[in-house]
Design a protein around this ligand. Sequence first.
Ligand SMILES: NC(=O)c1ccc[n+]([C@@H]2O[C@H](COP(=O)([O-])OP(=O)(O)OC[C@H]3O[C@@H](n4cnc5c(N)ncnc54)[C@H](O)[C@@H]3O)[C@@H](O)[C@H]2O)c1
Length: 387
Amino acid sequence: MAKETGLDAFEKVFEEEKVVDTSKKVKIGIIGTGWIAESHIVQYLKMEDVEVVAMADIVPGKAAKFAEKYGVENCRIYNSDEELLAAEKDLDGVSICTYNSQHAPCAIRALDAGVNVMLEKPFTGTLEEAIETMKAEKRSGKILTIGFQPRMSANMQMIKKIVESGELGKIYYLQAGGGRRRGIPTPFGTTFIEKETGVIGAVGDIGAYSLDMLLNAVGYPKPLTVSGYTSAFFGTNPGYYPTHPEYAEKFGVDDFAAAFVRLENDIILDFRISWAMNMDTSGDALILGTEGGLKIPSTNCWNGSFDKPLTVYKTVGGDREVEYTIPMIKDDGDFFYKKIRSFVDAIKEGGKATVPSSEIIYNQAIINGIITSAELGKEIEIEIPEV
Ligand SMILES: NC(=O)c1ccc[n+]([C@@H]2O[C@H](COP(=O)([O-])OP(=O)(O)OC[C@H]3O[C@@H](n4cnc5c(N)ncnc54)[C@H](O)[C@@H]3O)[C@@H](O)[C@H]2O)c1
């Protein structure tokens, strides 16, 4: 990889073009052809060594319309993941793009059918489902990777590099930030907000990204205890949806969450996330270490970017307090391509999951721990069964 520093605020990173072997095409199926499936299909269609051979959706006609919209020729259409897996014996991988409640059932069936899985985030709806999915991953020996595209951003990767370099010393405190003032995701219906389909709300949707950004940076320490709070003051208010007041009745998840989480290695996580609140942001994210602190500008989480540089705070020469910013890297925002490409490469090269279940199980345990603790109204211990 060659590097060049420009005079503008960005540093450009050049990646060497990989020569793609197109002699054997990777055969892919797409399960669930809703909103996020679009970001999967457009990436697969860019790849000369990939063939999207099958699609399934339980809504009759939806997958066929989807295939037609994207001009996917010779693609076989099915009415469920089960039908697709029963008929397609030659698949290399599937993208599972169903709503949260169907993540685990679809992933387990695909893994048991011997198919590699790219599973959309969050991992699952419940911790128990995540454990069952990991068991299926283990018995299948196949790849299971979770769809956190911010992991592919060079700026996000810089957070982890700074921590790993030792620049901040021993890390003892993490503070999550960001969140939305008004942003309950209902542009394409109510699958995010109904309990039956979404299972978990803001905490599992953008909260999962916020957790991943911080926990990945510090090596995914195991969560030990959590004291959580959730609320749903906005989602359950008909006035929130001027054109769809009936959505308030359907709202069955959280739209705000806060928590205090103890992690192994004596690290404390102070967490908050929001789909809706009377505030512009819950602040920047912070990583505090004995030798330095890192401020990560408030981010919208999902798109993998922040629009201002990271800042490091240190003391030098014994008593001089200094701070410096890290020039941002122009990485073209092509996180979705890199996410899908890394899955295809892992299939082709017999590689590993880019975002492995062994890490995201801790993310899921915190999410479900927050919800359980909030329901019980007290701190709980997080217990994660062995797989
Ligand atoms: N990575 C990202 O940036 C990002 C962005 C949006 C959504 N997501 C995630 O993607 C997932 C889907 O979100 P969405 O907005 O596309 O939801 P959606 O409701 O628009 O689409 C889900 C589709 O899955 C289908 N489905 C459900 N069960 C199925 C089954 N067993 N077999 C076949 N099809 C089935 C539904 O009929 C629906 O068409 C969610 O888990 C969400 O968290 C990720």
